[in-house]
Design a protein around this ligand. Sequence first.
Ligand code: MGD
Ligand code: MGD
Ligand code: MO
Length: 727
Amino acid sequence: MNHENGGFDCPGCAWPDDRNGLHLDICENGIKHVTWEMTRKRVDRSFFAEHTVTELAGWTDFALEDQGRLTEPLSYDSETDRYVPISWSDAFTLVGTALRGLDSPHEASFYTSGRLSNEATFLYQLWVREFGTNNLPDCSNMCHEASGRALTAALGTGKGTCDITDWDVADLLIVMGVNAASNAPRMLTSLAEAHRRGAQIVHVNPMVEAASRRTIVPHEFLAMGTFRTTETATMTVQPRIGGDLALLRGVAKAVLERAETDPSAIDEQFIERYTHGFDAYRETVRAQEWSELVHQAGVPEREIRDLAERYLTAHRTIVAWCLGLTQQEHGCDTVREIVNLLLLRGNLGREGAGVSPVRGHSNVQGNRTCGIDHRPDEELLARLDEVCGIQSPREHGLDTVGTIQAMLEGRVKVFVALGGNFALAAPDTATTIAALRNTDLTVQVSTKLNRSHLAHGKRALILPCLGRTERDVQRCGEQGVTVEDSMSMVHLSYGTRRPPSPELRSECAILAGMARATLPDSATPWERYVEDYDRIRDTMAKVLPGFEDFNRRVRMPLGFRIRQPARERVFLTGSGRAEFGAAPLPDVVLPPGRLMLSTMRSHDQWNTTIYSDNDRYRGVRNLRTLLFMNPEDMAERGLAKFDLVDITSFARDGSTRSVFGYRAVPYDLPRGNVSGYMPELNVLCALGDFSVASGQPLMKHQIVEVVPARGGDARAGELPLGTAFAE
Ligand SMILES: Nc1nc2c(c(=O)[nH]1)N[C@H]1C(S)=C(S)[C@@H](COP(=O)(O)OP(=O)(O)OC[C@H]3O[C@@H](n4cnc5c(=O)[nH]c(N)nc54)[C@H](O)[C@@H]3O)O[C@H]1N2
Ligand SMILES: Nc1nc2c(c(=O)[nH]1)N[C@H]1C(S)=C(S)[C@@H](COP(=O)(O)OP(=O)(O)OC[C@H]3O[C@@H](n4cnc5c(=O)[nH]c(N)nc54)[C@H](O)[C@@H]3O)O[C@H]1N2
Ligand SMILES: [Mo]
């Protein structure tokens, strides 16, 4: 795994590989992730003959995935309420017939989960656009959409500007809204090294997470064996949930105040030469009262000034962030504020400085680069049309929330998912399941059985595919695929394991099969593409900027980096400059009695896949139906540790949603803030509550009320998720 030249890329997180020749580049969660795929268990036709779908819907999500790897294509038989085997060619015909039977291509929607390879991604979007729609929702719509939008507006490209080598020389790292020890464990190596060099490391998080003080770094085998911890922080700041924008603006205010007496506090030359909108931004910051900034951030002024002092003395600053900043109404504005702050001191486009979003899925960034975008730009479509000889549709398509709404209303009748677990990952679980059930056909390309297979359309297919760790042999021999990490490095990945069943096909082969069945007269050489993925890459090299000479460059050790113009201070914005943004401060302080809920992952889960009910670093065992609360908020409600509570969320449209019988767990969180686990708490996130600017569901921005449980240890606590939904 993660070898310089050969082997497969860890399908865990998107953190880049170490460039210093570290060959054993692994972490505990990476191992969990890979072994999950490598299980010896199989879920075969005899299993499906024994269990109806209605019965399986009563199983826990853990039990469903725990059955093992899928082994052959399956089709839903409504007579017997069972999945039964179907041949690949009949499955493809079913997909093609359903899609060709639609009144318009926009009646279908095509979801992507972020581990799909670049090659499969390219074939996917080519098929969908040749078919005639941009309905390409993806997990990014729930993840880093806000980052992409904000960075594009500010810097002209939606990606980070840093390399891992920049992390090696930065003297201030501000790490915001990420639980690094669990979700990007390989970042800990960089943090520990930075700490040793004397760099400042500031963690900004309402919860004090494992890595925000000291932690066991996964690469340090001796330390791991002896449980010795390593310092990974020099300061922790605990804003209230949603308070980051106010905090960042406070830091900017302190910097601008200093600049009045000490011009070197800001980089005037850089601002003059490369940026636009500085005066308006300075005015906005000046007009903002300290008291309001402190109130909204939930951080005392002296702490904000302390952070500003560190920023003022640092020569090279990187700001990194993940979901804690994006899944909110003002997610885009917060990311813009990060850019504002960096621009003030010219921390962009030079070594050791810049923006560094921490991506989620191992290839979610590559998916966007290779064309998964419901709002594609004209440039991409024009080149696609020219090189591939198709006529791409120009109208924008549906994102994740838009797709759910359209399925509910019957406007989308066919739903295809390349990986993922849409039913559980999306907001408003009951509504999403109802939406999927309202379709004529659902097609899930998957490795394991999950909830999304049980929330099916009138007709349904499960198409089992190879995992990234498995050998992919096509007509011209063994094939590798490519992925792009969080820092724009593209590299090859070759599976090495024997596939769990001879019936499995690669994602590229499945896509080509569905495409040919949908577009029998297509001039696209679908079959030739699958024989040799170099052919896909040759086409990609012509269509995608930065992929020139793709086949040669990707075979270099460690692959290649896609050029990121903003890194070279080339800003592809309307003004040709980096744009300051001066968004108004959102009000994130709730009236008394209401609490702000943020949903997140435990240490022992991978999005919707739960490995165990433990959350080691937060001191939790055998419990997922919990709510982390500030002890004073608990006392105010007469709650003792582990008391049962009911949680009700208040949507903007006035509707409410509740879960019952969760356990209150005291935790070091600001007053008025609570947090608990996705995907269980997705039932509380109303479909209509998404950010206007990014379309992202407000998964870390839920207004709730918490009361002692009325019905005792109740429904949500004990019954499997599926049962709760069926009520
Ligand atoms: N092992 C493992 N690795 C993963 C994943 C996994 O599930 N398991 N998922 C992958 C994916 S797809 C993604 S997108 C990433 C997700 O990585 P993270 O962003 O770390 O994911 P979450 O668990 O949602 O944690 C969000 C963090 O943000 C904090 N937070 C919540 N609200 C706020 C806020 O208002 N401000 C600030 N500053 N912080 C806040 C929470 O306390 C928590 O520490 O991880 C990826 N890697
Ligand atoms: N409330 C709340 N909801 C959230 C979030 C949150 O923080 N809070 N986070 C959001 C985020 S950041 C994301 S990225 C989404 C995640 O949303 P998804 O990407 O849709 O969900 P995953 O749980 O990652 O998908 C797991 C499934 O992928 C399939 N799979 C695994 N490996 C492969 C493979 O190699 N190929 C194929 N074809 N399938 C495979 C398996 O069948 C497995 O069951 O969830 C979002 N939902
Ligand atoms: Mo994600």
